[in-house]
Design a protein around this ligand. Sequence first.
Ligand code: TXA
Ligand code: MG
Length: 339
Amino acid sequence: MITEKLDCIDSYDDAVCRAAEILKRGGIVAVPTETVYGLAASALDGNAIKKVFAAKGRPQDNPLIVHISNMEMLKTVARDIPDLAYTLAEHFWPGPFTMVLSRADLVDKSVSAGLDTVAVRMPSEPAIRDIIKTSGLPLAAPSANISGAPSPTAAVHVISDLDGKIDAVVCGNDCAVGVESTVVAVEKNRVRLLRPGAVTAEQLRAVAGDVTVDSAVLAEPEKDKPVSSPGMKYKHYAPKTETFLVEGDGEKFAEFVNARENCVALCFEGEADKICRPKICYGNGEDESTLARGVFAALRHCDDIHAGAVYVHAPSKTGVGLAVYNRLIRAAGYKVIKL
Ligand code: TXA
Ligand code: MG
């Protein structure tokens, strides 16, 4: 398969129309969203969904998120929608926010990997919204990377992972948020945070009151126990280079990596001078949104340097920092060093 490159910066309308056309005839297309690039297929077409799982090498029991462009579409993909879900939608849609609801029959079972629930998100990025509108289809879209690798926040990341395996890639700007959407389960009057993202636990509490944070957000799920979201149990976001997450202040972090050989440090801006090993700054340690934007590209870059190991300076767990921390413990296979 030759992957078509659709330039959505210089020829936006053409790229949107061509992507919609490919999706309508059952193809699979990588599309920019405000979080990460997604690999889209019609959520109504089991055959197209099969191609998504195959291209990514995704485990069959890990369900996909369905993307919609308006509230009418919500009613076609989910049923028995609780009032709380409408309240949350008013606050956080369009945006980096996903709700797990009861699945409507129209959505192909394979999207939900056999579950009777469906994860739904209304993104804010114009490219994916316009492709949904033009095709008239709700789009199932996991992140457009090889399963297990760092998520793609630029078109080049998608091409490096999936060129030749998908029909087309819509090449747009780098993703503004940089980590995947917040995923919550909405059960009548309760909200459970399954995956942290740019819509923070603090923001959710302000709207929904009581919000439980699933134990798998900050710790390794216990082996052989059922998980609330299948994605929790898989190794994720990891570069090929062995990764360690290191907690401590800037001085201690620099001292720690300087005492190691054949490694690369993923540090904060302002720390580079103290580190005498190869280093990549992934953002400003005091502004977690910059770390979210930079973390996946930095993890990918580690493989280009061919270091023996990467030591990542851990972000704070507040705000969107919780999402960055959540991705990094998985990238590190839960190897956390506390200084
Ligand atoms: O920001 C995002 O959400 C991006 C962009 C492309 O929209 N998509 C994304 O998809 O991150 P993916 O497949 O990489 O992650 C989907 C997550 C997985 O952890 C999966 O287990 C969970 O959502 N999920 C999907 N459907 C679910 C369901 N019915 N119940 C529980 N968890 C579900
Ligand atoms: Mg993913």
